[in-house]
Design a protein around this ligand. Structure first.
Ligand code: 3PG
Length: 333
């Protein structure tokens, strides 16, 4: 049973088990350089205030200094792709929990957070549908020559290859099947073959096979030290004639120069990415209709995804303060 005596943060030596008391009147900051839809913020406020906490907002900030100042005395932080570096963690002296409203948490310095026993969570699955819809839209956009005059092609009957079969990858597969595509997938971390079978998706045995069979390759790998720069020249060159690489994952997983070189050598290859690579201007000039990059990440930019992920983040924080629930924690110490 929770006691009425607050347990101070400093006394928590381990996650959850020492969390026997209710933490009330916490300051929860939503820090979003790319703000949530208004409805999402209203929902977050309601959840936070009904639980007896205070909501603070820092939206559309442009300077790191603004974030450093805003986190100074907050207990919890809700972010999107905002960078929570060691410096931010250092500046946030009361911080107990960071929730990344979204899937990828490569923008949070987990080591620095863990060193201070700050819980870091994500909200898996909450914005997946938005990203999956964008991936399909990107395939059609490229198949129709970026909506410029001339004959395009259809995605029906083509092979859709999914690299990493998590929440987004699975939804992309489902939507691809509905569009009449043949769906294959590869995920080294999924050992249960039944998962693919039940979805009617062919599980290929290697990443090489995946790329070699892909008319459309939809990327869903996270950005980690192991995956950074891992998709480049060789993978693109191994794809069939007329293939398209669709990246709604992270730009960091791409070897930009490698992709450029492959597209120079093969005039049939296409690349579309949700967030511009460093060499976007050069790619546009070199490849015209064969390349497209969104100027700002669009994947989760729907009102529905903002509401799903934003409210989930608020609920997770409120629950954490009330019960110590760390179900979606992604760091450890
Ligand atoms: C994610 O990892 O959830 C997506 O990339 C969404 O990122 P965003 O919240 O910055 O739009």
């Amino acid at each position: 049973m929770p006691t009425t005596v607050p347990l101070t943060y400093e006394k928590r030596e381990e996650k959850t088990i020492y969390f026997t008391s209710l933490l009330t009147h916490m300051k929860i900051l939503v820090a979003t350089e790319k703000p949530f839809a208004k409805k999402a913020v209203e929902g977050i406020r309601q959840i936070v205030e009904e639980a007896g906490h205070e909501l603070l907002l820092l939206e559309k900030y442009t300077e790191k200094a603004e974030l450093l100042a805003a986190v100074a005395d907050v207990d919890a932080l809700i972010i999107r792709s905002d960078k929570v570096t060691a410096e931010v963690i250092e500046a946030a002296r009361n911080l107990k929990i960071v929730v990344r409203a979204g899937a990828g948490y490569d923008n949070v310095d987990l080591e620095a957070a863990s060193a201070r026993k700050i819980v870091v969570m994500n909200t898996p699955g909450q914005n997946s549908n938005a990203v999956a819809e964008l991936a399909l839209a990107m395939m059609i956009y490229m198949a129709r020559n970026r909506f410029t005059p001339g004959t395009g092609s259809e995605i029906q009957g083509k092979t859709l290859a999914i690299h990493a079969y998590g929440n987004v990858g699975r939804l992309v597969g489902k939507k691809g099947k509905a569009m009449g595509m043949k769906v294959i997938a590869y995920d080294p971390f999924i050992t249960d073959a039944a998962l693919f079978e039940n979805d009617g998706v062919e599980q290929v045995s290697s990443v090489e096979e995946l790329y070699a069979k892909a008319d459309f390759l939809s990327l869903h790998i996270p950005a980690t030290p192991a995956t950074k720069g891992s998709i480049g020249y060789e993978k693109l060159m191994s794809m069939p004639k007329g293939a398209t690489l669709v990246n709604t994952a992270r730009k960091e997983v791409i070897d930009e120069e490698g992709i450029k070189q492959a597209m120079q050598e093969r005039e049939d290859l296409k690349y579309i990415t949700d967030i511009a690579p460093a060499n976007a201007a050069e790619m546009e000039e070199l490849f015209g209709k064969r390349f497209f990059a969104t100027p700002k990440k669009q994947g989760a930019e729907t009102a529905e995804a903002n509401i799903n992920a934003g409210l989930a983040a608020a609920l997770q924080i409120v629950d954490f303060f009330a019960t110590g629930n760390t179900r979606f924690q992604v760091n450890k110490w």
